[in-house]
Design a protein around this ligand. Structure first.
Ligand SMILES: [Zn+2]
Length: 232
């Protein structure tokens, strides 16, 4: 490598490091609410983030959404983002996390994949969220009547979908004589196995959970009511 090429690279490295170091400062994860103007409630802990998600789902259930002023959200988040939570949710089109938790723009990271399972790219995204952006809470959210879970139970085979549903199979529980119950129990077990896989496969996340700076919780969405139940 010539020196002329090396210098810009070194500069780029220094800039990257500076922006990373800046991200390590204490972060206030704010929730913008929009009733008659900007109002910020700082979210500094996983418990505060969890309370905000529970309140947001309650607002959604009651049809009293606060975070719908998207133009204001864009203005407030145009230079940076510090979402308080990351939601790993199913691909299902009936479960848009920003809406069901009333979080608008810039308040939550959302990773979606059929069957809400983890893989190295999802884990990398979680590590970025928590370590670089100060996200306090990771929610793994399953749901009833999940097509991906049904696919695992039915041994679905289709291109790349085959290996996706294979990853859900260790969660299969119950018997097909009561399919609704089997789907629910398997989906719930799948959430629990996903959480333990995250902790096993990401020392970066596991260390933050051990230190108490990040929490991971399971959740279950009911497609028929809009209610999110959090697991303990
Ligand atoms: Zn699903």
């Amino acid at each position: 490598m010539t020196q002329a090429k090396f210098i810009p690279l070194a500069l780029a490295g220094a800039i990257l490091f500076a922006s990373y170091a800046k991200a390590q400062k204490p972060i206030n994860n704010s929730v913008a609410t929009s009733h008659g103007g900007a109002k910020h409630a700082a979210i500094n802990t996983a418990d505060e983030a969890l309370a905000e998600l529970k309140n947001g789902n309650q607002r959604f259930m009651e049809g009293k959404l606060h975070n719908t002023n998207y133009k204001e959200d864009i203005e407030q988040t145009k230079s940076d983002q510090h979402p308080h939570s990351l939601i790993l949710s199913c691909l299902d089109s009936r479960i848009p996390p920003e809406i069901i938790f009333d979080q608008g723009i810039g308040n939550i990271f959302v990773a979606r994949v059929a069957g809400n399972i983890e893989d190295p790219n999802i884990l990398g995204s979680m590590e970025f969220a928590t370590k670089v952006k100060g996200t306090k809470l990771i929610v793994v959210m399953g749901h009833n009547k999940c097509g991906a879970v049904k696919g695992a139970i039915d041994n679905a085979e289709l291109g790349n979908l085959t290996q996706l549903v294979d990853q859900i199979k260790p969660a299969i529980t119950g018997d097909k004589s009561n399919m609704d119950k089997m789907l629910n129990e398997t989906a719930e077990k799948n959430v629990q196995l996903t959480i333990s896989d995250i902790l096993k496969q990401s020392p970066v996340i596991a260390e933050q959970v051990k230190q108490g700076t990040v929490k991971i919780v399971g959740a279950f969405y009911d497609l028929t009511s809009g209610k999110v139940n959090f697991m303990n």
